[in-house]
Design a protein around this ligand. Sequence first.
Ligand code: ADP
Length: 150
Amino acid sequence: MKRAIFPGSFDPLTLGHYDIIKRGVTLFDEIIVAIGVNADKKYMFSLEERQQFIEDAFADEPKIKVVTYEGLTVDFCNKIGVEFILRGLRNPADFEFEKAIAHTNRDLAPIETVFLLTSAKTSYIASSIVRDVIRNHGDYTKLVPKSVRT
Ligand code: ADP
């Protein structure tokens, strides 16, 4: 069975993440959306809220699971026996950043990172922009799945 984890902060889940997860499901038997817990990072949404947004968005999709994890992504992959990491690429900055992480992960463990190029329609969406819109009371609903409500 081919399984991949899709790691991230998902603060909050956006239509960009949603698109990558939906397309990932066509490539893998199971996608584990893994919310990384970083004690030093300040989040807008609690871990429980972020997890609920994702679970509700994919409630009808048995091939998608949601978990939380702490520590290195590759350690978590080894722990749960997953051989692939799925990541989305939006632009050259994402590419450079993701390239360094993927090379480092390959040095640490025999785990392949699989990249999906973002869909044109969601390529501009970032959680940081969504948070900015929310903070300033703008209409964020076009940027996120219906399950994400403040
Ligand atoms: P991180 O904190 O690791 O950056 P994010 O939650 O921001 O986590 O993103 C998780 C993954 O989703 C990353 O691979 C990121 O490139 C991808 N991603 C984020 N926004 C989009 C988007 N609009 N289209 C495609 N992929 C995206």
